[in-house]
Design a protein around this ligand. Sequence first.
Ligand code: MN3
Length: 254
Amino acid sequence: MSTRREFFKKGILAGAGIAMLNKSFSNKVLFGIPEDNMFTLPLLPYRYDALEPFIDKQTMELHHTKHHQGYVDKLNKALADEKAAINFSKVSNFRKIELDDICKNVSKYSVAVRNNAGGHYNHSMFWKGMKPNIGSVLSPPSSNEPSGKISDSIKSTFDSFANFKTKFSETAMKVFGSGWAWLVINKNGKLEIGSTPNQDNPLMDVSEFTGNPILGLDIWEHAYYLKYQNKRADYVSNWWNIVNWEEAAKRCEM
Ligand code: MN3
């Protein structure tokens, strides 16, 4: 029997076992079983001071080592709690859950999983969605505009890159309290701008705004308050200098 079929068969047997053990349980997470401490903090693809002067080193370090680490730790704990609640001990490891799967099926999980899976997904994407743009002594940082297919899509959807930036920035400014601004590919295959509250994201089955995330901007005060205080507009306009358009273009192809 092929490994794949064996794997699949084990999955079915394990699933049946769970169903027998937990007849009264509401079938949460039955599509997959969390492993202990399965999620870890990803390394940044650049140094903490690499996004200066647009995002300062101290903000980056705290944001990554405290905030993002916190989401990872709490996600692992929340998944372990769900696992304990449905007595998964005999059937562990039959399928590794991917972070995307959790987001897409997040209505089946606890609020703690929703908040922290979102926090982990959103920040992992946020770091990769930025890159250094230091310019040089003689020239200011480059204008940092996309090129190729993603640039064409932006122009055909929003008329111009400038219009797109204005619309995205307005959306970011309108987020009340904490949340995220997004560029996604929606279910019609079109680029669309929107926002989500808290650590929700457009992959989530509970989200009003849905799509495949291409770019995400963290609008929580912890993302900018040390450097920008209450001036969110300055944070947003400076962020355009460090958007990683190559990464965004890659995500369009996924
Ligand atoms: Mn954050």
